[in-house]
Structures are given as structure tokens and as C-alpha cells.
Design a protein around this ligand. Structure first.
Ligand code: ADP
Ligand code: ADP
Length: 225
């Protein structure tokens, strides 16, 4: 993974400030969680890092490289959303392979990497199924595999476990942490769930009204005397 740096990032929609002067340094390989009320700007921040939206001012760099002139498709970023967003008419394997199709990766290499990801997420043998034949937790594991198969610099996850029940959430939390460790990937993770933030994160950023209200390790933020 690569480090992510935001410097004085501002964004408004129709004159309303949504992100107000956000500066933040996330080191390579860290698990950084964004917590905060709905509407506090968490998704907007991820979209700007992904290049789906542009900041009005300020800088974003990934691996020390300024992203200002780099469109979304040229940023080496993986994304996972709450609703999985798999292609319903493509097999699980094709969904995972999709990210590699626009890159110069040979057929053999694609097959090998798809198989490797299927194994990592515990879905070997499910490559020919359709997403609708899988459970929610399994579909989200496919979405995770699709994001990771490109070996991204950064993995952005916007409430990825929000639609899943408690038991499945816990097993996915473990799986995401395992993937973070084995790939050394930098993860930016949005959640509403404090307990989830506490369990998973190296750094927690608490957002409020477009600003960073607090930032620290889970221990710093929660171990109150
Ligand atoms: P969060 O992820 O913390 O819930 P968001 O980043 O989704 O917050 O939204 C922050 C604010 O920006 C909200 O008030 C939302 O209505 C507004 N907003 C987000 N996207 C747009 C958009 N494309 N146009 C106008 N307002 C938007
Ligand atoms: P193709 O006809 O090009 O092999 P598919 O649509 O069947 O295309 O698959 C797309 C990609 O997914 C291919 O690169 C293939 O290597 C990979 N793939 C397809 N099925 C599987 C599977 N069951 N296990 C692993 N990889 C698969």
C-alpha cells in the first residue's frame, strides 16, 4: 500500500461547505477508519480520493504523487461499497477479472490471479456462479476480491459491512484484517459502528460537519479515564 496525504481539501455543493479544510496524513499500510454522523462528509472524502469528485481546492497525494491531474481510471485504487455493486449478469470469476481487463494482463495471468483471489476469500469453486446465487456476505467477499485483484495502492471501503448481519460482519471483519496484513494494503474505511472502528483500525478519524473533530488510535479515543 501507499501513503495518502490530504492538504487543506475543501469541497462545497451549491455553496454549502461539505468538506472544510481537511488535512490528513495516512501512512502506508495503515487501517484508517472514518466515523461520524450521516452527512458529515465521509463518502465525499472517499469519492475525492478515488477521483469520482474533485475538490474545490487543496491537494491529494497518493504515494507522494499529486492526484490533481490523474483521472479516476488512472488511479490505482480499489473500492468496495455497501451494496456490493457486482455486475449481475457476469459470473463471479468475470466480476473479479473485470478490473484486469483494461490493464495489460495476459489471459493466463488473469486466470491465475482470479483463482488466487477466489482462494483467499474462501470461494474456490464458486467462479462460475452468478452473484445472485451467493449470500450477501459471499457477494461482499467477491467485491473485495474484485477490488484487490488489481493490487491497488489504496483500498477504499464505504460502509462495506452495513448491510450484513452481526455474525457475517464479524467474519468479514476478520477477513478484511487478514487481507490488510497479507497485502500490506492501505485501507480507508467508513463505518457508523464504533465497535467496528475500535476492533479494526490503526487510526480513527472522527468527522463532524465537514471537519475532522478528533483523530487518534482507538485506544486514544476510547480509553477515557
Ligand atoms: P456521509 O458519508 O458522512 O454521510 P456525505 O459525504 O455522503 O456524508 O454527504 C455530506 C453532505 O454532502 C450531505 O449533506 C449530502 O447531502 C451532501 N452531498 C453529497 N453529495 C452531494 C451532491 N452530489 N450534490 C449535493 N450535495 C451532496
Ligand atoms: P473467457 O471466455 O475469456 O475465458 P470468461 O468470461 O469465462 O471469459 O472469464 C473471464 C475471465 O475470468 C477469464 O480471464 C478467465 O481466465 C477467468 N475465469 C473464468 N472462469 C473462471 C473460473 N471458474 N475460475 C477462475 N477464473 C475464471
Amino acid at each position: 500500500g501507499k501513503p495518502v496525504a490530504l492538504n487543506q481539501v475543501r469541497k462545497s455543493y451549491n455553496g454549502t461547505g461539505i468538506l472544510k479544510n481537511i488535512s490528513l496524513d495516512i501512512s502506508a499500510g495503515r487501517f484508517c477508519t472514518f466515523l461520524g454522523a450521516s452527512g458529515s462528509g465521509k463518502s465525499t472524502l472517499l469519492k475525492i480520493i478515488a477521483g469520482f469528485e474533485y475538490a474545490d481546492s487543496g491537494e491529494i497525494s497518493i504515494g507522494g504523487r499529486n492526484m490533481a491531474q490523474v483521472p479516476a481510471r488512472r488511479r490505482n485504487i480499489g473500492m468496495v461499497f455497501q451494496n456490493y455493486a457486482l455486475f449481475p449478469n457476469m459470473s463471479v470469476a468475470r466480476n473479479i477479472a473485470f478490473g484486469l481487463e483494461t490493464r495489460r494482463v495476459s489471459r493466463n495471468e488473469t486466470r491465475a490471479r482470479v483463482n488466487e483471489m477466489l482462494e483467499i476469500i474462501g470461494l474456490s469453486g464458486f467462479g462460475d456462479r452468478l452473484p445472485s446465487e451467493l449470500s450477501g456476505g459471499q457477494q461482499q467477499r467477491v467485491a473485495l476480491a474484485r477490488a484487490m485483484v488489481i493490487r491497488p495502492d489504496v483500498l477504499l471501503m464505504d460502509e462495506p459491512l452495513g448491510a450484513l448481519d452481526r455474525v457475517i460482519r464479524q467474519s468479514l471483519q476478520t477477513q478484511i484484517k487478514d487481507i490488510q496484513r497479507s497485502f500490506g494494503i492501505t485501507i480507508l474505511f467508513v463505518t457508523h459502528d464504533q465497535e467496528e472502528a475500535l476492533h479494526m483500525s490503526d487510526d480513527v478519524v472522527i468527522m463532524r460537519d465537514g471537519m475532522i473533530e478528533q483523530i487518534g488510535s482507538p485506544q486514544d479515543l476510547y480509553a477515557r479515564p
